[in-house]
Design a protein around this ligand. Structure first.
Ligand code: PRP
Ligand code: URA
Length: 216
């Protein structure tokens, strides 16, 4: 199970050794995009398995080859919302666990000068507010992109049941999310040290989108 952060009430950290082993290989600057993507998706699947622990399941009848019985079915739809581009790099790993999940997309890029998010795309299921929403982005740096996306989900689409999955979080980003969206619990493989002068996470892993898609 992820550990509740003692410093941040909205943060849970996966200190599982298998996740930490994969994260370290992802951080390594020598790791190529194919391996980076595979490891990222593997971590996403492992994280989702625990993040969904509290999802409600209801009884349904099931006829096995030998008798009538009662089984379980997830009670609410799941919508994955990767923030483009880098969020796409974790989505397949979650889809491997719940192929029936819907996928909405929010397109944001961070302006290099201001570090503020610039929106360019949004496509979400109409009834997204009725189920679980999983906001996905490997990097939570200043928190500007995650907060902007959460605003869109809450204010424009009425979502109230949002979890966030990221690979690496900075203290600054977690604090911003706690101020702007205290009900969104953030799950991460690491709470890193800080941001550098360019808004990159330290020690971090560099530019996640570029490393996923080989656009370095
Ligand atoms: C990266 C990352 C986050 C954002 C985090 O995306 O994937 O979306 O930066 O930074 P923030 O917390 O300071 O907002 P980027 O803007 O580089 O776009 P990309 O995914 O298309 O590469
Ligand atoms: N975006 C990234 O891809 N990496 C960082 O360290 C910060 C923002």
């Amino acid at each position: 199970m992820p550990k509740q952060s003692l410093k941040h009430s909205n943060l849970r950290v996966f200190d599982h050794p298998v996740i930490q082993d994969k994260l370290t290989r992802i951080r390594n600057k020598e790791t190529n995009p194919a391996t980076f993507r595979r490891l990222l998706n593997e971590i996403a699947g492992l994280m989702f398995f625990q993040m969904s622990r509290g999802y409600q399941a209801v009884d349904i009848p099931v006829e096995t080859p030998v008798e009538q019985s009662t089984g379980k079915q997830l009670a609410h739809p799941i919508t994955l919302v990767p923030i483009l581009r880098a969020g796409v790099g974790m989505t397949d790993g979650v889809m491997g666990m719940v192929p029936e999940a819907r996928v909405g997309h929010i397109g944001l890029y961070r302006d290099e000068e201001t570090k503020k998010p610039v929106p360019y795309y949004c496509k979400l299921p109409k009834d997204i507010a009725e189920g679980h929403v999983l906001l996905i982005d490997p990097m939570l740096a200043t928190g500007g992109s995650a907060s902007y996306a959460a605003n869109m989900l809450c204010e424009e689409h009425g979502c109230s049941n949002i979890q966030m999955m990221c690979l690496v979080a900075s203290p600054e980003g977690v604090t911003k999310m706690n101020q702007d969206h205290p009900s969104v619990v953030i799950y991460t493989a690491s709470l890193d040290r800080c941001l550098n002068e360019n808004g990159y996470i330290l020690p971090g892993l560099g530019d996640a989108g570029d490393r996923i898609f080989g656009t370095v």
